[in-house]
Design a protein around this ligand. Structure first.
Ligand code: SF4
Length: 334
């Protein structure tokens, strides 16, 4: 394992730009995203479907589709090493050993015709150091126990498990090689609400136990409140607000973030209706000039539509990309 460099964040994404080609048009999926994640902490990446969240995770692992997708700018540094410049052979070592990913749907993440234990053991065997005394089968049983499944179920097939149990197996596979970074892409979206809470608790506990950094992709602010230390709000491929969980929840400053809070129920208020954000996200092949949120924003002025809106940062590091941040904040906190 590489020596820990405490002066740089464990994961640092700088000005990442990703484009897809679709029907002869350029899809601007990720437009200059910068993020940081320290060891042992959790960053929530929050936004609507199609905002670019999964594309960012796949860019970190370099598993974007070969045809049509292209990283056209930026850096992805893991412990100071630019992953985008590494030979594919080195990247293969990093996947699973240093970085693992939990996908949204356990049904598609597991092989239906292979015993679940073998699926875990296979990953362990693939990443064994030469001369290691680890027995992949024993390690697979141990991982099943860690995620709350009896080791003897090693021999069962995915169809013999419930949705929540399957996701536990997926988590066991992701953590089997003790990765330093876990990319969790909507890990509870495909599960029943009651199971969601259990799986989230499990991920949180294991993350602490293994001191794993986690990038948690979600559209659910409730999940963020439960699990994250820092939060990045993404809209149309750009980070629009970024800060600690307390900064984002106590002082949301971007109209889109405030809109996200309006779309979840407040148990302390006697409200009958939720307030979803009106309108739709922009067409990523034809983004509006200036702020991409301007067509849906009640604060929008000509200034917002002039060009790229700069990021403002408070002395305590709360970042927001909005021309009228002070006005928005004052109105919200009045
Ligand atoms: Fe609204 Fe303007 Fe802020 Fe964009 S920059 S969120 S349009 S006020």
């Amino acid at each position: 394992m590489s020596e820990v460099n405490r002066n740089v964040p464990y994961l640092s994404i700088k000005d990442l730009v990703v484009e897809y080609m679709s029907d002869g048009q350029v899809v601007h999926a990720v437009n200059g995203v910068s993020l940081k994640l320290d060891r042992g902490t959790t960053l929530g990446l929050v936004g609507e479907t199609g905002a670019g969240k999964t594309t960012i995770a796949k860019s970190i692992l370099r598993i974007l589709p070969d045809v049509g997708a292209k990283i056209t700018g930026g850096k992805v540094e893991l412990d100071g090493k630019d992953l985008l410049q590494l030979p594919e052979r080195e990247m293969q070592q990093i996947r699973g050993n240093e970085i693992s990913m939990i996908f949204q749907d356990p049904m598609t993440a597991l092989n239906p015709v292979q015993r679940v234990g073998d699926q875990i053991a296979e990953v362990v065997a693939l990443h064994l150091e030469p001369g290691s005394k680890t027995n992949p089968m024993e390690r697979a049983k141990e991982m099943l126990e860690i995620v709350g499944i009896p080791g003897e179920r090693y021999y069962d097939y995915p169809h013999q498990f419930s949705g929540g149990m399957k996701q536990r197996v997926v988590i066991a596979i992701a953590l089997a090689c003790n990765p330093n970074l876990l990319l969790a892409d909507e890990p509870t979206t495909a599960l029943d609400v009651t199971i969601q809470a259990q799986v989230l608790d499990l991920i949180g506990d294991l993350r602490k136990q293994f001191n794993t950094a986690m990038l948690l992709i979600t559209h659910d602010m409730g999940v963020v409140a439960q699990v994250c230390d820092t939060v990045a709000i993404i809209y149309a491929g750009s980070i629009v607000e970024y800060g600690t969980k307390e900064q984002i929840f106590d002082h949301p400053s971007h109209p889109y973030t405030i809109g996200l809070f309006g779309a979840i129920p407040d148990m302390n208020e006697d409200e009958i209706w939720l307030h979803p954000i009106e309108g739709l996200p922009p067409d990523p092949t034809n983004l509006p000039k200036g702020c991409p949120f301007s067509p849906r924003c009640k604060y929008a002025t000509e200034e917002c539509r002039q060009g790229v809106v700069p990021v403002s940062e408070t002395p305590d590091g709360h970042q927001c990309r909005c021309c009228h941040m002070e006005e928005v904040r004052k109105e919200r906190e009045a």
